[in-house]
Design a protein around this ligand. Structure first.
Ligand code: HSE
Length: 394
């Protein structure tokens, strides 16, 4: 018999508790012996839930119980969650977590601690919700030099954009729906402003390029500035507007990483990723391009990834020592310094170099430029005001 504890019983934690309860036979088969959900750390009333009898407010109880070999952290944030994860690892317990902020901000240190204590620290659920993504990136693609990772990693903003594009809903209405469905962060500005996607991109970049990328170093733009006009003009240019997290290596070993709304050509599979679904493309030198697609948020999809990690940690199989090195600021290139094609919306004619297509609506024009840096674009605009400038994903 193995024992686990869950820290936090909100959207994700309750899904994890449900799986340990309802899928106990399947989990026991995967682990090779029964797995008992021994504790659920939660202050809120859980009466009526099948795990109500295991609820405690006392983390010390979990920390000091040698029977608990795996702790599932589902609290979120970097306050108590950080302290409890540290203390669990120090006590020699393995930790699995869905907490992208924790891993993006403290992953380097916590992974070192896990290694020192011969414990697992796994975080598949932190990026892409239920999609198996990090394990393929680190294990199945281990033979590859990873050249690029890009995709849709925030379900809430993709849900909002999809509702705006496909159903003409307002931003506020679509956000309310995403919150009601349990997709949004406790503070949904982290979704809307791109901060959640930034944290996830840091984890992907850390793993893909091997050096720590602090979230504050990653240029990040949310979807707050995307208008119905942009969505409509993009469509007439054969593109969809998507919030894209993008990390790309350069031939000299440096790399860029940024989060921004982008125009995605309708011929690209990413343009068809709708609602809460996420999709991340990984380009490796041996494998070429793989696309990982699936539900990026929600209780049971995220819990599925947490429990998958817990099974590995309980069996003590899989790649235990996932890690990356310290930050190398000299390798980071700001995306503005690199050439991209741009979507530009403005009033009147926009004769920009290399512009291929022009559409018009309500007295505004939009075009797709040839590749240019941000400074080259500003120079080409000759002081004319652009109402929107979004990079094209190619
Ligand atoms: N708020 C996040 C999202 C939850 O919408 O993608 C999953 O990380």
């Amino acid at each position: 018999m193995k024992s686990v504890a869950i820290l936090g019983c909100g959207v994700v934690g309750s899904g994890v508790a449900r799986l340990f309860t309802d899928s106990a036979a399947r989990i026991a088969k995967a682990v090779g012996e029964p797995v008992e959900l021994k504790y659920v750390l939660e202050r809120r009333d859980c009466s009526g839930e099948p795990w109500a009898g295991r609820v405690t407010e006392d983390f010390d109880l979990i920390e000091s119980d040698p029977a608990v070999s795996v702790v599932c952290e589902c609290m979120g944030g970097v306050g108590a969650a950080y302290q409890f994860v540290r203390r669990s690892l120090l006590a020699g317990k393995s930790v699995v977590t869905s907490n992208k902020q924790l891993i993006a901000e403290h992953g380097l240190e916590l992974l070192e601690l896990a290694r020192a204590r011969d414990a697992f620290l796994l975080f598949e659920a932190s990026v892409g919700g239920g999609i198996p993504l990090l394990r393929p990136l680190t294990d199945e693609l281990a033979a590859n030099r990873i050249d690029e990772v890009f995709g849709i990693v925030n379900g809430t903003t993709n849900y909002i954009l999809t509702q705006m594009i496909a159903h003409g809903k307002s931003f506020a209405e679509a956000l309310r729906e995403a919150q009601a469905l349990g997709y949004a962060e406790a503070d949904p500005s982290a979704d809307v402003d791109g901060v959640d996607a930034q944290r996830k991109l840091c984890i992907l970049t850390d793993l893909a390029f091997g050096s720590n990328v602090p979230p504050e170093t990653v240029p990040t733009e949310g979807i707050g500035g995307v208008t119905a006009a942009d969505v409509a003009l993009a469509a007439s240019l054969g593109c969809a507007v998507k919030l894209i997290a993008h990390a790309k290596s350069l031939p000299d070993g440096r790399f860029t990483a940024f989060v921004a709304p982008r125009l995605v050509p309708e011929t690209a599979m990413l343009s068809q990723v709708s609602g809460v679904m996420n999709a991340v493309a990984v380009r490796g030198d041996a494998v070429g391009e793989c696309l990982f697609y699936g539900p990026g948020a929600g209780s049971l999809p995220t819990a599925s990834a947490v429990v998958g990690d817990a099974v590995d940690a309980l069996r003590r199989v899989g790649r235990k020592y996932i890690d990356w090195g310290p930050e190398q600021p000299e390798r980071f290139v700001h995306p503005d310094a690199l050439p991209w094609r741009w979507y530009v919306r403005g009033r009147g004619a926009l004769a920009l170099p290399g512009a291929e297509t022009v559409a018009a609506a309500g007295g505004e024009t939009a075009c797709l430029t040839g590749p240019m840096t941000r400074a080259e674009l500003d120079a080409a605009l000759h002081g004319r005001e652009a109402l929107a400038c979004l990079r094209v994903l190619e």
